[in-house]
Ligand binder design. Sequence first.
Ligand SMILES: Cc1c2[nH]c(c1CCC(=O)O)Cc1[nH]c(c(CCC(=O)O)c1C)Cc1[nH]c(c(CCC(=O)O)c1C)Cc1[nH]c(c(C)c1CCC(=O)O)C2
Length: 368
Amino acid sequence: MSKNDLILPKDFPQLKNDTFLRAARGEETEHVPVWCMRQAGRYLPEFRESRAGKDFFETCQSPEACCELTLQPLRRFPFDAAIIFSDILVVPQAMGMDVQMVAGKGPTFPEPLKEPEDLQRLQVKVDTDKELGYVFRAITLTRHKIEGKVPLIGFSGAPWTLMSYMIEGGGSNTHSKAKRWLYQHPEASHMLLKMLTDVIVEYLLGQVAAGAQALQVFESHAGILGPAEFKEFSLPYLRDIARRVKDKLKEAGQDVPMIVFAKDAHYALEELSQSNYEVVGLDWTIDPLSARERTGGKVSLQGNMDPCALYAPKERISDIVKKMLEGFGTRGYIANLGHGVYPDMEPENIGAFVEAVHQHSKQMIKQI
Ligand SMILES: Cc1c2[nH]c(c1CCC(=O)O)Cc1[nH]c(c(CCC(=O)O)c1C)Cc1[nH]c(c(CCC(=O)O)c1C)Cc1[nH]c(c(C)c1CCC(=O)O)C2
C-alpha cells in the first residue's frame, strides 16, 4: 500500500454523468460531452480571488486549494468533465529542478539544463508518492468533493514538452536551445526523454490509483518540431507512455481512457491515431472533417474550437459550434477548445459555448 492510500478512503461517490467516458470509448451518448482546457483559470473572478497573493506552486501543493479551483468552473457551467488543477512543471520539480512562476513572465527555471553533463543533476529514480503525493491527495480529495457529478481527468506534460522547458528555462518562441540538443546531442536528448518517460508513467499510474478517471498527455510544444523530429523525439515516447500505463492498469483489472494532445502536430495525425490512445485532441488548425477522414474512425476526437472564437457574440459562438459538430459528427467526439481559455475571456461566453454544444448535439442525435 502506498502512503497515498492512507490519507482518504477510496469509496468514491457513484458517477452520475459518464457521457465523457462513453464518448472517449466511441459509445453512444445523448449529447456531445464538453469541457475546456484551462477551465479552471484566471478568466473566473473566483479563481483570481482564491489565487490572490499566493505562490502558484504552493497553491499546486495544497490539495484543498487544488480541489477548490478544480470545482469552481463546475459550479458555473454544466461541463461534462473536470481536470485536476495542477501544472505540467511539477514533474521537473520532482526530478530536482527549481521552477518558479514569475508574474508577467510565466514559468521560470533559474538553473536550466545547459549541456548533457547537467543531466547528472537530475533525480533518475523518482519516488512519485513522496515527490508528487500532493497531486495524488488533491485527486483523491476532489473525487470525493465532486460527488460523482462528472469524471475527473488527471494529466501530465509529455517528455519533449517538459524537456524543452527544462532546457529553455521558460517560455520561448524558437525553442532553439532545446532544439540544439536534438541536433547536437541526440543521445543525451534520448536519455533525458527516456528519464522523463519513466517518471511520467509512474506519475500517471499514481493519479489513477488516487482516483483519476481519464488521463490527458499534453505535448504542447509538438508544433515546434518538424515531422521527422516529431517521429524521432516525441512519438515513440508518447506511444511508450500509453502502452506502459495501459499494460500496468490491465494487470490491476483497471482501464481508463487516455487522450493525447499534440498541439500543432497536424502532420502526425495518422500516427497519433495509432498510438494506443483512445482519444486524439486537436488544435484549431485542423478541419474537423479532414481530421475524421485521416484518423479513419480508429479513435475518438477532442477539440477544437479556436479559443479566440470565445470573443465573438454568443449567437456567432452557437453557429461556430454547430458547424464544428457537423464536421466531427456526434459519435466518438468530445467538444473542447483547440487550446486553453485565456484570462481575458468572458465567463458568460464559456457558458454559451457549453450550452451550444449540448443543445445542438441533442438535436442532431435525435435526428439520427
Ligand atoms: C504548457 C503548460 C503549462 N501548464 C500546462 C501546460 C500544458 C497545456 C498548455 O499547452 O497550455 C498544463 C496546465 N496548467 C494548468 C492546468 C490546470 C487544469 C486546466 O484547467 O486545464 C493544466 C492542465 C493550470 C495553470 N497553470 C498556469 C495557470 C495560470 C497562472 C495562475 O493561476 O497564476 C493555470 C491556471 C501557469 C502556467 N503553466 C504553464 C504556463 C505556460 C503557464 C502560464 C503562465 C502565465 O500565464 O503567466 C506551463
